[in-house]
Design a protein around this ligand. Structure first.
Ligand SMILES: [Zn+2]
Length: 447
């Protein structure tokens, strides 16, 4: 295996992934001009935006000029839909008969947005995912299990096609229940898997209840998507320990594409696929653009090659920051530190303190003796915010409650600057989630 791997090489595209950064920037500029012209000429929606902002394709001479262009918000995409050409509306840049794929956003933050793709776009999705899988060590010798029922959402469709594209074998585990999926992995000796962190942990739990130690199965790498867990160190560790596997993060979105990935070096950051995407980071308070590492802002992203319903300067609301150090893997694609660290619209103020729900997850999953499940409820009594955290102690470990409670309180105070009412629940009584979890509930007025 080792010798063969050497022959295959560490990069999916050895030229683009190691290109000097100035050359990547030049490529991004040329591609940006092309997608700008494409949308200006073909999409009424985009042309209207650009004319209002008084900017034309010829005005872009540098990547700094890009900042003068208007951003696109998700709500704008929502407004133009269900009109002709039905159901996409006038951001569609190709004739309707060229559309071969329909997807929609999950709608967790409102009415779903429809996303058309052409066959060429679909090839592009698979190509972007091929970078991800290759960087995470997937090779033609892998047998990849996908424990997921395909739907109108993009989740894992592109991962499936990309695994085939790189020459791996794919086992679709869609309609099976969790127990049957575990047995299928065991029967076929599958070597890799793609799932949400919530499901990776839930599956491990089910396997144990069936008397199967998940680490005794042959899964050696797991690609996560859909939730930030694989970039939260304590959650990642729980998954890796349970499965005896390397767990990798990736981030993508229906309306953007698969824009970043963790590589085998696991350096604590995700590579932006800069050959296909232009990422800008903007300070949420001041509107300044951030080039330097270590300063957090919201991501504005352009998919440089997507043609049916392009994504040009999309305001993603994802909070990210550039990492200071390059990755030891040799890729020149820049790293964002710690993955997507939150969303500008789910950072909430509690007792006047900014709170990112992922910080609570990191603490809970880092404490030995607690199950993987938890729930956070914020409400208001009179004028005072109250925050409750529900956790479960693992069966047989109830005696450790005083130690766990002290550790939990100290860590939460340290990481989030807030005090919590902690409620201990019996193991197995908090809600379990199949795909994405809803663990954070804000019951205050206006939320
Ligand atoms: Zn790397």
């Amino acid at each position: 295996m080792g010798a063969v791997q050497k022959e295959w090489g560490p990069y999916w595209n050895p030229v683009l992934e190691t290109l000097r950064h100035e050359r990547i920037r030049k490529l991004q500029l040329e591609k940006f001009k092309r997608i700008f012209k494409w949308t200006y000429e073909r999409s009424k929606f985009h042309r209207g935006l650009y004319e209002n902002a008084d900017i034309r394709p010829g005005d872009i001479r540098s990547l700094e000029d890009v900042r003068r262009m208007p951003m696109v918000e998700k709500s704008m995409m929502r407004d133009i839909q269900r009109k002709d050409p039905f159901p996409y509306g006038d951001a569609l840049c190709v004739p309707l008969e060229d559309v071969s794929e329909f997807r929609q956003t999950s709608g967790t933050t409102g009415q779903p947005v429809y996303q058309p793709d052409t066959w060429q776009d679909w090839e592009w999705w698979a190509e972007c995912w091929a970078y991800i899988l290759w960087a995470q060590g997937y090779r033609p010798s892998d047998r990849v299990f996908i424990p997921f029922g395909y739907n109108v959402f993009v989740a894992f469709w592109a991962g499936h096609y990309a695994a085939e594209k790189i020459g791996a074998e794919v086992v679709p585990g869609g309609v099976l229940d969790t127990q049957a999926r575990i047995l299928k992995i065991q029967e076929l000796k599958c070597t890799a898997m793609m799932a949400t962190p919530t499901y990776v942990l839930g599956m491990a739990d089910t396997a144990r209840k069936m008397g199967i130690d998940p680490s005794s199965l042959t899964i050696r790498r797991i690609t996560c998507a859909g939730e930030p867990g694989a970039s939260i160190p304590s959650t990642k560790k729980r998954m890796e320990d349970a499965w005896g596997a390397k767990v990798f993060d990736h981030a993508g979105a229906t309306e953007i594409g698969a824009w970043c990935f963790e590589c085998e070096a696991q350096s604590g950051g995700l590579h932006v696929n800069e050959a296909f995407f232009l990422v800008e980071i903007q300070d949420v308070e001041t509107g300044e653009y951030i080039e330097e590492p270590g300063r957090r802002g919201k991501m504005i992203i352009t998919a440089l090659d997507r043609e049916a319903q392009p994504c040009v300067r999309f305001d993603s609301k994802d909070l990210i920051e550039w990492a200071a150090e390059p990755c030891p893997c040799g890729r020149t694609f820049r790293l964002i530190k710690g993955g997507v660290v939150g969303r500008s619209d789910d950072i909430t103020k509690v007792k006047g303190v900014l709170l990112a729900p992922s910080a609570i997850e990191e603490v809970v999953r880092g404490i030995d003796g607690l199950s993987d499940e938890f729930e956070v409820i914020v409400d208001k009594v009179g004028d005072i915010d109250r925050i409750a955290l529900k956790v479960e102690i693992l069966g047989g470990r109830e005696g450790e409650r005083p130690r766990i409670e002290t550790q939990l309180k100290d860590q939460l105070r340290l990481k989030t600057n807030l005090g919590y009412n902690i409620e201990f629940h019996k193991y197995g009584t908090l809600p379990r989630y199949e795909v994405k979890a809803k663990r954070f509930k804000d019951l205050r007025k206006g939320h």
